[in-house]
Write a protein that binds this ligand. Structure first.
Ligand code: SIN
Length: 293
């Protein structure tokens, strides 16, 4: 971390933390992630808890709920507390009965794990999800492995030099579905995947904080730049996240853990270190707004 980065981290850590009354919040690192206690998701959450969970999400971006015993219906119900639910285009194309529940399964036949590679979910859509909730149903038979890494994308922006921040702020970027289906071997839905343009730097709609909004899984070009410039700038931004462990954390899962991440200001990367074993999660994803510069 250079001096620009260090100043940004100091400023981040100087922020006051909320004193919670109805839930417990134990930060997992200084910059991202917290474990939440005092909540049983199978019983639902009170309005007071929901309000505090929102504050905790803004402060920590990734909330880890350990040892929850939820049905799919209870999982959906918690998702609906945050907004309408997203249906993955692949599930809509397959016409499955409940396209709001996305199974994240990797097993001995997987060549690439779902979610392997830094991304925020579905940014190829005009209104990408505000958040995703992954519930771990089956751990690899080792009992460990299959962690998920998360990055604080507000700090990804804030740890850049002011000159670089200014340069990228006026730019947009094209988010496309061409990368992942090819990687996973998914069928391309009729009419193809949508391609959408978002600002490179967007404002979080609730905190107002600026966040870097490009990822190697979806972002293919910056139309305001030449092809070579675009590739170089995107590579630089992608490498910035990969080479900044101080803005990242890693969740080690147990069966029945649930992790809720703010998709607007984080990226995540599933780690496929458990082949040939099987790991199965189910994800409920909450719709968001169109990202604004
Ligand atoms: C995802 O990208 O939603 C999957 C994350 C994971 O499996 O850890």
């Amino acid at each position: 971390m250079d001096s620009f980065g260090l100043e940004a981290i100091k400023a981040w850590n100087a922020q006051p933390r909320h004193a919670y009354q109805t839930i417990s919040v134990r930060p997992l690192t200084c910059t991202i992630g917290a474990e939440i206690g005092g909540v049983d998701l199978s019983k639902g959450v009170s309005d007071e808890q929901l309000a505090e969970l929102r504050v905790a999400l803004h402060e920590n971006m990734v909330l880890v709920f350990r040892d929850q015993h939820m049905t799919e219906e209870q999982h959906r119900a918690f998702g609906l507390k945050w907004g309408k639910l997203h249906c993955h285009p692949v599930l809509l194309a397959k016409k499955v009965p409940n396209p709001e529940i996305l199974e994240v399964r990797n097993d001995s036949t997987s060549k690439v794990a779902i979610g392997e590679g830094w991304h925020s979910d579905a940014t190829l859509e005009e209104r990408p999800p505000m958040g995703s909730m992954l519930y771990m149903k089956e751990m690899p038979e080792t009992g460990y492995g299959g962690d998920t890494m998360f990055a604080n994308m507000c700090l990804a922006y804030e740890t850049l030099s002011p000159t670089m921040q200014k340069f990228i702020e006026g730019l947009t970027a094209v988010h496309s579905g061409e990368v992942l289906p090819r990687l996973y071997g998914f069928p391309i839905p009729e009419g193809g995947y949508p391609e959408t343009t978002h600002p490179v730097v967007v404002r979080h709609p609730e905190t107002g904080r600026k966040t870097l909004f490009v990822s190697p899984a979806f972002t293919v070009r910056i139309p305001e730049l030449s092809q070579a410039e675009s590739k170089t700038v995107l590579d630089l931004l992608f490498r910035h996240v990969e080479t900044s462990p101080a803005i990242c954390m890693r969740v080690s899962w147990n069966q029945n853990d649930m992790v809720f991440w703010d998709n607007r200001c984080t990226q995540h990367h599933a780690i496929f270190d458990y082949a040939p074993h099987t790991r199965v999660g189910v994800r409920v994803t909450v719709l968001g707004d169109r990202p604004q510069a």
